[in-house]
Design a protein around this ligand. Structure first.
Ligand code: PGA
Length: 249
């Protein structure tokens, strides 16, 4: 899977124009492709994606259906717009908006129970990496994020390992390193959800993925795809990343 996280970028018209370029350029083979525009552009992008196999995702959601939650958006609202995937617990949500593991778990649970696919993001800060805490952080975020879910539900989740120091910095993890941590996430998953789930669950890498490094990252045995930020805002770069997939699968 290759998913584009457009973050807080693009008006409706700009988002639709980008989606149209992707529809023209994506030949449909290889990777499952999704784009996650801001809430305000979901409807325009859905229309632009009409007839294409590119799927629509959102960048966040709240875990209640409706009510007094000023500024929030619910799963039924997203479903109404044709959204199929939802990014949950992105490091920017965790760091800038103070989302903790308990809230992330409520959101993942809600998304799964509603039949949508969550992309649960986990990853360590630079300080955590330098003090040898990467595994501890990734283990906690994975276990807490998936708490209370059945093996089947866990199997329907997509996990994105995104080391925070690699996001938007141009400094990606090495393919070996990313593969190692994602392999470690599979070991954790095996303990909480069994070997079959651990082997088949999709785990993406995110953090400065570009056409130039995509083939080596996505060529790793444990890495099932990419969550792409900056490079997903340019059709040629995003398509370039997607095109590295058919060569190996
Ligand atoms: P980046 O962002 O590709 O710009 O590093 C990745 C992400 O935040 O999902």
């Amino acid at each position: 899977m290759v998913a584009g996280n457009w973050k807080m970028n693009k008006t409706c018209a700009q988002a639709a124009a980008l989606a149209e370029e992707l529809v023209k350029g994506y030949r449909g083979e290889g990777a499952e492709v999704a784009v996650c525009p801001p809430f305000t552009a979901l409807k325009c992008v859905k229309e632009a994606l009409e007839g294409s196999s590119i799927r629509l995702g959102a960048q966040n959601v709240y875990h209640e259906d409706d009510g007094a939650f000023t500024g929030e958006v619910s799963v039924p609202m997203l479903k109404d717009l044709g959204v199929e995937l939802v990014i949950v617990g992105h490091s920017e949500r965790r760091q800038i908006f103070g989302e903790g593991d308990a809230l992330v778990n409520k959101k993942v649970t809600k998304v799964l129970k509603s039949g949508l696919t969550p992309i649960l993001c986990v990853g360590e800060t630079l300080e955590e990496r330098e003090t040898g805490k990467t595994e501890e952080v990734v283990r906690r975020q994975t276990i807490e994020g998936l708490k209370g879910l059945s093996e089947r539900e866990i199997g329907r989740t997509v996990i994105a390992y995104e080391p925070i120091w690699a996001i938007g910095t141009g400094r990606s993890a090495t393919a070996d390193d990313a593969n190692g941590i994602i392999g470690y996430i599979r070991e954790i998953l095996e303990k909480i959800a069994g070997k079959e789930t651990a082997d088949t669950i999709r785990i993406l890498y995110g953090g400065s993925v570009k056409p130039a490094n995509a083939a080596s990252l996505l060529g790793q045995p444990h890495i099932d795809g990419a969550l792409v930020g900056g490079a997903s805002l340019k059709a040629d770069e995003f398509l370039g990343i997607i095109s590295t997939i058919p060569e190996r699968r």
